[in-house]
Design a protein around this ligand. Structure first.
Ligand code: ADP
Length: 490
């Protein structure tokens, strides 16, 4: 800062001297202004982290590994790698090269940022976080300059806060670290990536401040191979969507400060949220609390959670109301899905809804007892049957179909493709890439036609049940799986 003030003072003095000498300084002022603007917009802009020491305390993390649910494998791998960082003397003694980079790979919202913060807390390091996109610039050299500054900033902040190490977290690292020579304007991109490689190569065990880079991505395949070489990001930690046990752990963490009614079962919630990320589970807990508040309830009950799950899955409820005829059709359509869902996979329907939300006019939510990672031929056919049952129910009751089934058809034909690609169709074991398009098409059609006919017959045999569910839904808009099963057994 001091340097800048001295330079500004000297420049102002020089200009004043020239004015007194009778020199026309206007063109000079114009050029200086132009250079100043360029500097401000490009070089002065830097990743907004640790930029000023007044706010340096935000570079200290309070999140620990105990605040992260599930992800046991990722946590163990990360801790093992971090133990290295803690014992610097031993490192030097044995001549071990320090760990420079850890790459966290997984879908959004699974806790990668949390893991990086916990890593900083675990190693008593300062934490700086940037996103790969903050380095994308048009002008050659700007991104590289920002990388240099980031490393300098990390060291300065650590020194200022009297820490001996810093964790730099780079989210969406594929934007900055994508393969070289492929991007538009690739000269700038390549220079930025080269600078990151140079900075990482410069990290050594004898440095006063140790730096660890933690990158997060969902696209390891896009990264330049130089980044994955030993001595750079040489630890790859997979951060997957949580399994049922993980979901229970995450839910427990996010309801620990919330009053729950006695009918809430974390086990049942975890079962109902297969495929949810940690961020979505956090959102479910928060939305359930908001719903309870709206109802002036001092406890959050299972209905609040059920609505919250549906909101996170299907979006906000819409004010837009379909006409009476449309509503009737939607009700019959969803009743078709629900009836066949319950007949094909008993006990699987969690709820049936005909309240319009941003992602659907109505929907049936199905769950399974345990997380499933392998599907049999019969199971896949059952799912196709459930997907086709909506339009087939419309056909049975109204004598025609509507456009409401396009999403279902896509889903059904995707599943038929899975049957074919996994060698479970009449084509036998095939290579997905080599199969001719027309052959694939006719194999899909054959599967769909057979399931369609079976489902139509099943619906006809249960027409009374179908109408009973539709009646129930027409009155209530939403029914739970339990209510559906009671209705069917009466
Ligand atoms: P990512 O970096 O993988 O996109 P984040 O770490 O930013 O995900 O997670 C976003 C939010 O989701 C967190 O602030 C937290 O509330 C919640 N969350 C995600 N994963 C977990 C987890 N494993 N345990 C607890 N909360 C989680």
């Amino acid at each position: 800062m001091k340097h800048k003030e001295i330079i500004a003072g000297a420049a102002a003095g020089a200009l004043l001297f020239l004015v007194l000498q009778g020199v026309d300084i206007l063109p000079m002022v114009f050029i200086i202004g132009l250079i100043g603007m360029l500097f401000y917009f490009n070089f002065a802009k830097q990743p907004n982290n640790g930029a000023n020491f007044a706010s340096a305390n935000r570079n200290i993390c309070t999140i620990s590994f105990d605040d992260i649910g599930g992800q046991e494998v990722a946590k163990n791998e990360l801790c093992e790698a971090l133990e290295f960082m803690k014992d610097n003397e031993q490192l030097k003694l044995l001549g071990i090269r320090p760990l420079k980079g850890i790459l966290l790979n997984g879908p959004p919202g699974t806790g990668k940022t949390l893991l990086a913060k916990a890593a900083a807390q675990f190693t008593n390091s300062v934490f700086l976080s940037v996103s790969g996109s903050e380095f994308v610039e048009m002008y050659v050299g700007v991104g590289a300059q920002r990388v240099r500054r980031l490393f300098e900033q990390a060291k300065k902040t650590a020194k200022y806060l009297k820490k001996s190490s810093a964790v730099i977290f780079i989210d969406e690292i594929e934007v900055l670290g994508g393969a070289r020579g492929q991007n538009n304007g690739h000269q700038e991109h390549d220079q930025t990536l080269n600078e990151l490689l140079v900075q990482m190569d410069g990290i050594s065990a004898v440095e006063e401040i140790k730096i660890l880079i933690i990158g997060a991505t969902n696209r390891v395949d896009m990264l330049d191979s130089a980044l994955l070489r030993p001595g750079r990001f040489d630890r790859l930690v997979k951060v997957d969507l949580p399994d049922k046990k993980g979901r229970m752990h995450i839910l427990r963490l996010h309801v620990r400060n919330k009053p729950l009614a006695s009918d809430v079962s974390i086990d049942a919630l975890a079962k109902d949220t297969f495929g949810f990320s940690g961020a979505q589970l956090e959102s479910v807990a928060n939305e359930a609390a908001i719903l309870a508040m709206r109802e002036n309830s001092d406890k959050i009950d299972s209905n609040h959670f059920r609505s919250a799950i549906e909101k996170v899955m299907m979006g906000e409820k819409l004010d837009r109301l379909p006409s009476k005829e449309e509503k009737h059709r939607i009700t019959v359509h969803e009743s078709g899905h629900a009836l066949i869902g319950e007949l094909r996979i008993p006990g699987s329907v969690a709820s049936v809804n005909v309240a319009s939300r941003s992602n659907a006019l109505g929907y049936v939510r199905q769950t399974q007892e345990d997380d499933m990672y392998l599907y049999t031929y019969d199971y896949m056919k059952s799912r196709i049957s459930v997907a086709l049952a909506g339009v087939l129910a419309e056909e049975l009751i109204f004598g025609n179909r509507s456009t409401g089934g396009s999403g279902d058809f896509k889903h059904a034909s995707d599943m038929a493709k899975q049957i074919i690609y996994n060698g479970m169709s009449e084509l036998g074991i095939i290579s997905a890439e080599d199969i001719p398009k027309d052959q694939l098409h006719s194999a899909i059609m054959k599967i769909l036609k057979k399931v369609e006919n079976d489902t139509r017959e099943l619906l006809m045999n249960h027409k009374i049940d179908l109408m009973r569910i539709a009646e129930l839904l027409q009155d209530k808009e939403t029914i739970s799986g339990e209510e559906l099963r009671i209705g069917l057994n009466n």
